[in-house]
Design a protein around this ligand. Structure first.
Ligand SMILES: OC[C@H]1O[C@H](O)[C@H](O)[C@@H]1O
Length: 297
């Protein structure tokens, strides 16, 4: 794994939120009432998680998102600044509250309900305002917690300037061919593949989008097709896994950093898995994200 001395520049377009996590003995079944063992709040949102993930790994990161003009929005802004993420393009709105995610967590597994709120007000105008920065960065990262219109607009702008784009296809939705053609890598969950790609079988999807689609499951394994054979890598440590939330964002962050440093696809996947494993050892989507010093010291 090679980390060149050139600092990668990344724009992350996406959501930010406060995650309210209720820990329970078991995830409640429909119509159940269960008691929480404890409750806590963490910084989250797939966009902000990836902004923090890539910044901790040494990138210069611009986050483009939208928060409410409320105390939670201020906390998110302060956290991003503390994490060395540039917030010059984060919009603040008085029309919606800051996004939140309600999480029930048991045995490390999480059931998440996202309230997009201010995140859904992120518009193509906000992306346009950052136009000149798109020309200067190495990679743009997007996920699906902001409007599809914004995601598509971002990808088109990135391509206009010949920039690389990575997409974490979560929460899952059907992606159109234009998106799939124009992104350089897509991270998707195994259990949601049929939603993102329609009816196609996993093998078919991976072969069609070889070296482009990376499918993960919650045992922290990643599978892809390299043009010749299926490749499968797994980093797992049952004893240390306390929290599976945020593993996809962490994988995407690690993959993105390795990609910006021009490593092979295999190295990108291995590093993504490693970063994802780290985040699973602490509660919260951002807490356990590793720093570049963990790898270069
Ligand atoms: O990917 C994990 C994230 O999904 C949800 O958006 C939560 O905010 C959580 O931080």
């Amino acid at each position: 794994m090679n980390f060149s001395s050139v600092q990668p520049k990344i724009i992350v377009v996406g959501s930010s939120s406060i995650d309210l996590v209720l820990e329970t003995e078991k995830l409640p079944a429909p119509n159940d009432t269960v008691l929480a063992i404890n409750s806590d709040s963490y910084f989250g949102g797939k966009g902000a998680n990836q902004a923090v993930g890539t910044a901790r790994l040494g990138a210069s990161v611009y986050f483009i998102g939208c928060v409410g003009m409320d105390p939670l929005g201020q906390q998110i802004m302060r956290n991003l600044v503390n994490e060395n993420v540039n917030v010059g393009f984060v919009a603040e709105t008085d029309r919606e509250a800051t996004g939140t995610a309600y999480v029930t967590s048991s045995d490390g597994n999480a059931a998440i309900v996202v309230v997009p709120a201010a995140n859904k007000l992120l518009s193509t105008k906000h992306i346009e305002d950052a136009d000149r920065y798109f020309q200067t960065v190495d990679l743009i990262l997007v996920q699906l917690e902001v409007s599809l219109e914004v995601v598509e607009y971002t990808i088109r702008k990135a391509k206009k300037y010949g920039k690389k784009v990575g997409l974490y296809a979560s929460p899952a939705m059907k992606l159109n061919e234009e998106i799939l053609e124009n992104v350089d890598f897509v991270v998707a969950k195994s259990s949601e593949l049929y939603i993102v790609f329609g009816e196609e079988e996993k093998e078919q999807v991976l072969e069609k989008y070889f070296n482009k689609v990376f499918v993960r499951d919650d045992t922290n394994s990643t599978i892809y097709f390299d043009g010749t054979e299926m490749k499968y890598f797994r980093n797992h440590n049952d004893n240390k896994t306390v929290h599976k939330m945020g593993m996809g964002d962490a994988f995407t962050s690690g993959f993105a950093i390795a990609f910006c440093h021009n490593n092979s696809i295999e190295e990108c996947v291995k590093f993504g898995n490693e970063v994802s494993l780290k985040v699973s050892t602490k509660k919260g989507s951002q807490t356990g994200l590793p720093r570049m010093s963990d790898y270069t010291a």
